[in-house]
Design a protein around this ligand. Structure first.
Ligand code: NAD
Length: 480
C-alpha cells in the first residue's frame, strides 16, 4: 500500500517513529494507503527546516512570493481531475462536488492571496502635526496550520496561502482522516520550485503531532479549524505562551425561512445547504426554522426533495450524496438519530444506514435524514452532529425566529429567506453569527471576514483578517 510521507525541507521523508496509520476509502470502508504517524521529533525537524527558510522567504518581496503561489495554483489547476478523484476517494464526497468546489477553491485560495497580498498595505503611514508614524506589518516567523477532514485541501490551502504570502514559513498538519491531497500538495510545491522548508507538511494524530505543534515554544501562531472541544484544548495549552490563535470551530446553523420568500428558489438551495457533502460542511444548515403559515407546505416539498437525492458511489458523476468520512463519524451520526428518536423526534425521511450494492456495500453511508417534533432545547438541536441530519421547527413571528436561531452556544453562520429587504436587515442584525447569507448560501467573496462567534470561533479568516493575523504590526514614530 502507498505510504504517505511527511514533506520536510522539500523532501518526502518517513516519520521518525516508522509508524503508519491506515487511510480509508469511506465509500468502501477499506484502507487504501498508510499515512505517517508523526511525533514531536518530526515536528521539530519540520520546525527547524521552516526556521532555516524564514530569512530568505521573508526577505523576498510580496510580488516575488506571489509568483510561487501562482505557480502552485497553476500546478494544482492543471491536475484538477486527478486531485478531485483523490479528494472524493479520501472523503467519500461526490466527485462532482470535489471537482466543482473543493479543488477549484484550493486553486482560488492560492491565486486569491497571491493577488490580494500584492494590494495589501504591509506598510502604511499616519502623519499628524507632531509626528510621522510608519506602521509596518512583518511576518511572525514559523506558524502552524491545522485543518479538519471535511474540506481537506480547501481548508488546508485557505490557511497556508495567507501565511506564505505574508512572509511566514509554515508547518502544516492536515487531518489524519483525510491526508491524501495535502500529501500530494508536496509534489505541486516541488514542481513550483517553492524553496525547501517554506512549507512543511506533517502527518499524524491530533494528540501527538498536533499537540507537538501547539506546544512548540517557538511556533508563533496556530491557525486551527476543527471541533470546538479541540479548539478549547488548544486555547488552554497556549494560554501562557501568548501564541497568536485563530480558531474556526463548530456550528449549529439555522436556516430561517419566512412565508414571503421565493419558495422555489429557497427550496433548491436549502436542500443543498442542508445536505451538501453529506451535511459535513461547518456552514451547513442543521436547524431549519420555518414560518408557521408555510410549515406544512415546506415540510412536504422538502422531505420529497431530500428523499429523491441520489445516494451512492461517490466516484460516479451522477451521485449527489456520498459516504460519511470515517467509521467513527458514521457511528456518531447514527447514534444521534437514536438520540433524536428517544427525544421524541419524528423521522420524516431517512433515519438509517444506507446499503449500496456492489463496490460500496461496506461503505459508511447514512440516509439523508429529516426530523421534526423536537424542541430547540433538546440535544439533537443543541449539539453539533455535522452530518446528514436536519431538524424542522416552526416559528410564529420574527422575534420567535430570532430567539430560536440564537438559542445555541454556537454562532457560525445562518441563512435568511425573505423577499422583504427590511426584514432581512432586521433579522440579520439580530442573529448572532459571523456569516449570514440572505436568499443564498455558500456564496463567498474571499476578501470578506470569515468565521464564527460564541463557541464557533475566535478571530476571522479571509482577506485583511488573515493577513493581519499572520503579521505583527510595529509602529515607528519620529518627530516632525
Ligand atoms: P478535530 O478538532 O477533531 O480535528 C481538527 C484537526 O485538529 C485535525 O487535524 C486533528 O488531527 C487536529 N487535532 C485534534 N486534536 C488536537 C490536539 N489536541 N492538538 C492539536 N491538534 C489537534 O475536528 P474534525 O473532526 O477533523 O473536524 C470537524 C469539526 O471541524 C466540526 O466541528 C466542524 O464544525 C469543524 N469545522 C469548522 C469550520 C469553520 O470554518 N468554522 C470548517 C470546517 C470544519
Amino acid at each position: 500500500m502507498e505510504k504517505l510521507f511527511n514533506f520536510i525541507n522539500g523532501n518526502f521523508v518517513p516519520p521518525n517513529s516508522s509508524k503508519y496509520m491506515d487511510v480509508f476509502e469511506p465509500a468502501t470502508g477499506q484502507p487504501y494507503a498508510r499515512v505517517s504517524d508523526s511525533n514531536s521529533a518530526d515536528v521539530e525537524t519540520a520546525y527547524e527546516s521552516a526556521q532555516n527558510a524564514f530569512e530568505n522567504w521573508s526577505g523576498l518581496s510580496v510580488e516575488e512570493r506571489a509568483v510561487y503561489l501562482i505557480k502552485i495554483a497553476d500546478g494544482l489547476e492543471s491536475r484538477l481531475e486527478e486531485f478531485s478523484e483523490y479528494e472524493s476517494r479520501d472523503t467519500g464526497k461526490p466527485i462532482s462536488l470535489a471537482k466543482s468546489v473543493d479543488i477549484p477553491r484550493a486553486v482560488s485560495n492560492f491565486r486569491f492571496f497571491a493577488e490580494y497580498g500584492q494590494s495589501y498595505n504591509f506598510e502604511s503611514e499616519l502623519i499628524n502635526s507632531q509626528s510621522i508614524n510608519k506602521i509596518r506589518r512583518s511576518p511572525l516567523g514559523v506558524v502552524a496550520c491545522i485543518s479538519p477532514w471535511n474540506l481537506p485541501l480547501y481548508l488546508f490551502s485557505w490557511k497556508i496561502a495567507p501565511a506564505l504570502i505574508a512572509g511566514n514559513t509554515v508547518v502544516a498538519k492536515p487531518s489524519e482522516i483525510t491526508p491524501y491531497t495535502a500529501y500530494k500538495l508536496g509534489e505541486i510545491c516541488k514542481d513550483a520550485g517553492l524553496p525547501p522548508g517554506v512549507l512543511n507538511i506533517i502527518h499524524g494524530q491530533g494528540n501527538t503531532a498536533g499537540d507537538a505543534l501547539v506546544s512548540h515554544p517557538k511556533i508563533k501562531a496556530i491557525s486551527f479549524t476543527g471541533g470546538t472541544a479541540t479548539g478549547k484544548l488548544i486555547a488552554e495549552k497556549t494560554a501562557s505562551s501568548f501564541k497568536k490563535l485563530s480558531l474556526e470551530m463548530g456550528g449549529k446553523n439555522p436556516a430561517v425561512i419566512f412565508a414571503n420568500c421565493d419558495f422555489d428558489k429557497m427550496m433548491g438551495i436549502v436542500v443543498r445547504s442542508s445536505f451538501s457533502n453529506q451535511g459535513q460542511i461547518c456552514l451547513c444548515s442543521s436547524r431549519i426554522l420555518v414560518e408557521e403559515s408555510i410549515y406544512e407546505k415546506f415540510k412536504a416539498e422538502f422531505v420529497l426533495r431530500v428523499s429523491e437525492l441520489n445516494v451512492g458511489d461517490p466516484s460516479k458523476i451522477e451521485t449527489q450524496f456520498g459516504a460519511l468520512s470515517s467509521h467513527g463519524h458514521f457511528k456518531k451520526v447514527l447514534s444521534y438519530i437514536e438520540i433524536a428518536k428517544q427525544e421524541g423526534g419524528n423521522i420524516l425521511t431517512g433515519g438509517n444506514a444506507k446499503k449500496i450494492n456492489g463496490r460500496c456495500e461496506s461503505g459508511w453511508f447514512v440516509e439523508p435524514t429529516v426530523i421534526d417534533g423536537l424542541d430547540n432545547s433538546c440535544r439533537t438541536n443543541q449539539e453539533e452532529i455535522f452530518g446528514p441530519l436536519v431538524t424542522l421547527q416552526s416559528f410564529q413571528s420574527e422575534e420567535h425566529a430570532v430567539q430560536i436561531a440564537n438559542e445555541t452556544e454556537y454562532g457560525l453562520s445562518a441563512t435568511i429567506w425573505t423577499e422583504e429587504d427590511e426584514k432581512a436587515n432586521r433579522v440579520s442584525s439580530k442573529i448572532d453569527a459571523g456569516v449570514i447569507w440572505v436568499n443564498c448560501w455558500l456564496v463567498r467573496d474571499l476578501r470578506t471576514p470569515f468565521g464564527g462567534m460564541k463557541q464557533s470561533g475566535l478571530g476571522r479568516e479571509g482577506g485583511d483578517e488573515a493577513l493581519r493575523f499572520f503579521t505583527e504590526p510595529k509602529n515607528i514614530c519620529t518627530i516632525r
